[in-house]
Design a protein around this ligand. Structure first.
Ligand code: G6P
Length: 359
């Protein structure tokens, strides 16, 4: 087993470090910088849908939230559903709806059930998956492979990042390509593996967590496309440290969760760019700072968020669609280093399974 880890202490750390390679595989032959275009061979015959419904569980649900947001920004009504809820209470499916199941394994029972419910109501379905020949890939009308390679660690890392890149390819393919926008996106996608490598080489996550070893509640906040990253940061953290962690939409903090914030609850805030969204999140950072919470800002340094932080985790500047991916890699490292410090069973956390085949 040690050989399989290529010298890393855990599969999770190995897989975190495999992300640049995984993304190059995912992008290979699909993005062309010269023409600024995206081609997904598997989806040659797909039509632009009227609406999109996304179904998924766990980490993949966070990828669905990101996808729904991108689709809505591109003018396609889209909603993300927890697969277990969708299967239990299937929403109306208008004509022209594409139902997308995001599942790295392609075998999660809840997601398969949701996709079957959609199919039985006549919807067109698509699986975004890592596993060739998986049940989801066989049962859906279309499939887009994320090509992340095998993932052994129970906590999903490289498959999540690859899902987000796969979602970007899917959205470009579905909405048709809009000249300058696609060209900029293609350039950002091509830069992404190198930028993730920079994050991996320079991350200070291991030092940051040293400060917070005595805390037992951790919060993660983000706005817009950083909201799914906040949820994922918290999920990863609780899965492998067994400490209480929750992710919130930054603006929602004041509507309840703020009651939990004290000097003993570190808050990780993702703030990139320097726009209205960043300014609003900084407003939320000030709210927790005023309650004496230790604040760790994950930022590209464009705003003055650092002024309100006790600690800063930096990411390189990039396109607004890619920044969440870079921030997420830092939060993967935060979770990993905290769990390692606590001596947890990182690759096989208690009570969890890599793929859950019961509903
Ligand atoms: C399990 C795993 C999670 C994963 C979820 C969905 O609960 O522990 O890490 O996100 O299943 O898996 P899928 O294969 O459908 O993406």
């Amino acid at each position: 087993e040690q050989t399989g880890k290529s010298g890393y202490d855990h599969f999770m750390l190995k897989e975190i470090h495999e992300q640049p390679t995984a993304l190059r595989q995912c992008l290979s032959g699909r993005v062309d910088e010269l023409s600024g275009s995206v081609t997904v061979e598997e989806l040659d015959d797909i039509q632009t849908p009227e609406t999109v419904q996304l179904v998924a569980c766990g980490t993949s649900y966070h990828a669905s939230l990101y996808a729904a947001s991108l689709l809505r920004d591109a003018g396609i009504p889209a909603n993300a559903y927890l697969a277990s809820e969708y299967a239990t209470s299937t929403p109306p499916i208008p004509d022209g709806t594409l139902v997308v199941g995001i599942t790295q394994s392609g075998e999660t029972a809840d997601t398969l059930s949701a996709l079957r419910a959609a199919r039985s109501r006549g919807a067109e379905t698509l699986a975004l998956t890592n596993v060739v020949g998986s049940t989801a890939s066989r049962e859906c009308d279309h499939v887009l492979y994320i090509r992340a390679g095998p993932e052994i660690g129970v906590a999903a890392t490289k498959t999540f990042t690859s899902q987000l890149v796969g979602v970007n390819l899917l959205v470009e393919r579905l909405v048709g390509q809009s000249g300058g926008g696609t060209r900029e996106l293609v350039a950002a996608l091509r830069n992404l593996p190198g930028q993730i490598q920079t994050v991996l080489d320079e991350s200070n996550a291991a030092e940051i967590v040293e400060e917070y070893g005595d805390c037992s509640s951790f919060f993660f906040i983000g706005r817009g496309l950083h909201f799914p990253v906040a949820l994922e940061g918290a999920l990863k953290f609780k899965e492998i440290t067994y400490e209480h962690a929750e992710g919130f939409a930054a603006g929602e903090l004041k509507h309840g969760p703020l009651a939990l914030v004290t000097a003993e609850t570190p808050v990780f805030a993702v703030v990139t760019g320097d726009d209205e969204r960043a300014r609003k999140t900084i407003g939320n950072v000030k709210e927790v700072e005023a309650r004496d919470a230790p604040v760790v800002v994950v930022t590209d340094g464009q705003s003055d968020a650092e002024r309100y932080a006790d600690a800063v985790i930096e990411i390189p500047e990039t396109n607004g669609r890619m920044a969440p991916l870079l921030a997420n890699v830092q939060l993967q490292l935060v979770a990993y280093h905290m769990a390692k410090r606590m001596g947890r069973s990182i690759d096989k956390p208690r009570n969890l399974a890599k793929s859950v085949t019961v509903e």
